[in-house]
Design a protein around this ligand. Sequence first.
Ligand SMILES: [Zn+2]
Length: 203
Amino acid sequence: MKNLLISLAIITAGCAASDMPAPAPYHAQTPDAEFEILKRRLIRTAANLMRANAALCPNTRMIRAAEGTFPICTNKVAIEDSPVKNAQTNGDTILVTTAMIAALSDDELAFLIAHELAHSVEGDYSQTQSRPLLELAADRTGLILMARGGYNIQAGISALEKLDIPNAPASDTHPPGPQRMDNLRAAIRRANQLIQSGKPLIP
Ligand SMILES: [Zn+2]
């Protein structure tokens, strides 16, 4: 199994594996060339979001690129070679599986990462609010973060649909799926109003 911690990227927040569907009972390995493509998509999307949202992240660092020096969020991201669609975080690093990346478009992947980044932006590790409410807030804030990264915010809906969220029951950590979808649709309407009125995209 290939595992890789990517030094540059993402996230410091609250989504455990319970965010995602249960693991499938098999394992197959991703071919090397495919793994490289998925890894690059993850890095590119994460880096773009962490740069676009540096002004909102609690911690940033400067990185140097061809076009100059700029701040990015300090969260890390990692990829795991697995046929199970999953994303989880230990509070410092978010781990996304190859199957998850492969299942999502770039815009949908941006929503997934932005949701995790939103937990960091919201400071969820220091909050005592209920997890279901934090998840709804992370969806709303994540939507704004992905919009700031230039992604199509409608992909938030299709990302949740691909994860079968509309049919997900409520749990200790997550609100019922239909509530999560309604929450996200309302967030899309609000984001579109901000964009159309030329107002700043702030969570
Ligand atoms: Zn979450």
